[in-house]
Design a protein around this ligand. Structure first.
Ligand SMILES: C[S@@+](CC[C@H](N)C(=O)[O-])C[C@H]1O[C@@H](n2cnc3c(N)ncnc32)[C@H](O)[C@@H]1O
Length: 198
């Protein structure tokens, strides 16, 4: 299993781009506030919090969660842009989930980072944490490998059929598209999906 804190300590963080996910900026530019709801947005596996701050800049409460202390400390070192907070914790931990509810979850490079054997836990965590009618909104890194390369992640690959089936017990997909904007090198490899909590 990946030692995420150590990856931050040793600077082995190729996912760290110093800026929010371009598909999130694209999404914020084209959608209203409806999909985010009126409550707090959760960003699991937020890393150093670039997406958290992009979401907070639109004036909504945002909680970034990460299990790597180094990431959370770095995230907290940035000047606040709005109503954002960071928590050190494990998304899969029922004790952390206890009593919490969010109007939306923003997913970006957390799903592909966890081992595929934990994906059922990821889906159950989203189901436990998103309020009915709320949304799981994610940019999924479907194809991180070069053609013919084995899936030795993280990041681990996924596909649309798998994702739809994974979330189907609790969510239905209301929209999706291949984002036009991407970090250099990730063009065409991601898929943005909006799932509504049943
Ligand atoms: C590939 S990094 C992506 C970080 C951030 N989303 C970004 O793009 O910069 C995956 C992140 O998920 C965090 N993570 C992995 N498993 C987690 C879990 N069960 N609960 C909370 N965070 C987790 C890691 O510590 C790491 O910061």
């Amino acid at each position: 299993m990946t030692d995420w804190n150590n990856r931050y300590l040793s600077g082995d963080t190729p996912w760290e781009k110093g800026a929010p996910a371009p598909p999130l900026l694209e999404l914020l530019g084209k959608t209203g506030d409806d999909i985010w709801g009126g409550g707090t947005i959760l960003v699991p596996g937020c890393g150093t919090g670039h997406d958290v701050r992009a979401l907070a800049s639109k004036g909504q409460g945002v909680l970034g969660l990460d299990l790597a202390q180094q990431a959370v400390e770095k995230a907290r070192s940035f000047p606040a842009v709005g109503n954002e907070e960071y928590a050190l914790g494990d998304f899969f931990d029922p004790e952390w989930q206890e009593g919490k509810s969010f109007s939306a979850i923003w997913e970006h490079t957390c799903y592909c980072a966890i081992h595929p054997t934990r994906r059922p836990d990821y889906a159950e965590a989203t189901a436990a944490l998103v309020e009915p009618g709320g949304h799981l909104i994610g940019v999924f890194f479907l194809t991180p490998n070069k053609p013919g390369e084995e899936d030795q992640g993280p990041p681990f690959s996924s596909d649309i059929e798998e994702l739809d089936a994974r979330f189907d017990p609790w969510f239905y997909r209301v929209d999706s598209w291949v984002p036009e904007r991407a970090y250099p090198g990730r063009e065409g490899q991601e898929w943005l999906a909006i799932y509504r909590r049943k």
